[in-house]
Ligand binder design. Structure first.
Ligand code: ADP
Ligand code: MG
Length: 476
């Protein structure tokens, strides 16, 4: 199954010996299956099925695909680039760029010869670059709706605001400014707003586009000396959503135009949703009058998901994968360890499931750890002994100095043992090193503490609950 293609050797080395398939190939199979469902079998078979995987370069994050002809490569690039890139990123977060080249070799090896293409019903003309929805055509990702969005403490403000935006009643705020780190659900919420609003107002015009697209369109209009119709078009939107506006900041003429338009839309009572990877105050080079305009609206941050939310998200995603048999232990493990963002969490789950299907192996802890070795490494949070000591002291309300003191009273000795135990579990430090950090104790004292806590965890439910809570807090 391993063809001589430029697949990244690190990734290969991680997993290929285990299952005989590289993660990149496994991802490709899963992506094809997923895309066939989301974009429809006809479109898929016509345009995407003939694509072949050429290689992945982990340094640059470039993933290369090939189509049987340059015409097809072109078509795929213009119509499916974003779709493919998103799908790849969800499976392999390391993919940053995607190229589709026209290749004679791909034509020969592909199942769909070029001659067949003429028979394929042409796709409906794709809308010009920006995603515009009016009436029956919706350009939104169907999976990104409110039902599939799991709500928790980290995102409830943003979620409630998004729902209010979508309902279409009187708004107490406008614009809605969503901000938060990458992969936390901002785009998902925007697509959900768009789809929900259209469900309530089928005749409405909902415009969604990335800030990059906005700039591209604007600059093209300027070149063609026709910014008027571009502006008209923007202003005709009932809902205008611009994703990732951090890319607009600092680019003067586009910024000016964007915020000017924003102002007009708000004054005209149109709905505006903006997202960025940081708060309005932290956007570079945005004029203060624009900032104050932004703050009239609702600024909602989307925070990194806590353990509970991560767990609920996995459970929800598994509801839609009835064929996947993922044991409870693995679900907990993923929720605990993949904490960077939800895109990665989702990608990790997809990868494990796809990979198990391909290799015919059951999903257990060992399989999960091997399959996700690279993602797990990247998600490893460096917990320090100092951090552990502070958390434990906070929890038991004792002074930090007690961690190093010679006092043996139970109320300080037990927390000290717990801290040593956690240091052993969560840091790569050796026993003598840990002993040194606890007031110069001997390594045998540390061993004793670790054994003692292990024993107590099995018999003392209250202590076990404390340890679990601390583990969760420290692992993020
Ligand atoms: P952002 O735009 O903030 O970078 P996305 O909206 O693209 O993030 O989300 C990344 C992935 O994580 C998407 O596939 C999305 O469906 C999923 N996701 C994020 N938050 C949630 C959530 N609360 N519930 C379910 N899926 C989520
Ligand atoms: Mg996004």
């Amino acid at each position: 199954m391993t063809k001589a293609i430029g697949i990244d050797s690190n990734l290969l080395a991680t997993n290929v010996c285990e299952t005989g398939v590289s993660p990149v190939e496994a991802a490709w199979v899963a992506i094809r299956t997923g895309l066939r469902k989301t974009i429809g079998a006809r479109t898929f078979d016509g345009w995407l099925k003939p694509l072949t995987l050429m290689g992945f370069e982990s340094e640059s994050g470039e993933l290369r695909l090939a189509a049987p002809s340059s015409f097809m490569a072109n078509w795929v690039e213009t119509h499916f680039h974003e779709h493919l890139l998103q799908a790849w990123r969800a499976m392999l977060p390391g993919v940053r760029r995607l190229t589709v080249e026209g290749s004679a070799e791909a034509a020969r090896s592909s199942e769909a010869p070029v001659a067949q293409i003429a028979e394929i019903t042409p796709l409906p003309a794709a809308p010009a670059a920006p995603l515009v929805a009016a009436g029956d055509s919706t350009p939104f990702e169907p999976r990104y709706n409110f039902d599939t969005f799991v709500v928790g403490k980290a995102n409830e403000v943003a979620y409630n605001a998004a729902r209010t935006m979508a309902e279409g009643g009187t708004l107490g705020f406008n614009p809605l400014f969503l901000h938060g780190g990458t992969g936390l659900g901002k785009t998902h919420l925007m697509h959900a707003i768009g789809q929900d609003y259209l469900a309530h107002h089928p005749k409405a015009r909902v415009v969604y586009m990335s800030a990059e697209k906005f700039m591209f369109e604007f600059v093209s209009a300027m070149r063609a000396k026709d910014t008027f119709s571009f502006k008209q078009w923007l202003r005709s939107a009932d809902v205008l959503m611009i994703d990732d506006v951090q890319f607009i900041s600092g680019k003067e003429s586009t910024q000016e135009e964007f915020f000017h338009t924003m102002n007009e839309l708000i004054s005209a009572g149109r709905r505006l949703v903006i997202s960025a990877d940081r708060s309005p105050q932290d956007l570079d080079g945005i004029e203060s009058r624009i900032l104050s305009r932004l703050s009239w609206g609702l600024v909602a941050d989307v925070n990194p998901a806590d353990f509970e939310l991560r767990l609920n998200i996995i459970v929800k995603k598994l509801e839609n994968m009835p064929q996947a048999n993922v044991p409870h232990e693995v679900v907990m493990f993923l929720a605990r360890r993949i904490s960077a963002n939800i895109r990665e969490l989702e990608g990790a789950l997809n990868r494990v499931v796809a990979y198990a299907m391909l290799s015919g192996k059951p999903i257990d802890m060992e399989f999960t750890q091997t399959t996700l070795a690279d993602v797990l490494r990247a998600n490893q949070r460096r917990v320090t002994i100092d951090e552990i000591q502070r958390r434990v002291c906070d929890h038991y309300r004792i002074r930090h100095a007690e961690m190093s003191s010679a006092r043996r009273a139970r109320e300080v000795a037990r927390p000290r043992q717990i801290a040593m135990y956690l240091a052993k579990q969560l840091t790569p430090r050796s026993l003598p090193e840990i002993g040194r950090r606890f007031g110069g104790r001997d390594h045998t004292t540390v061993i004793h503490a670790v054994r003692q806590i292990e024993k107590l965890r099995a018999t003392d439910a209250e202590l076990d609950a404390d340890v679990r809570l601390l583990l969760r807090q420290l692992e993020g």
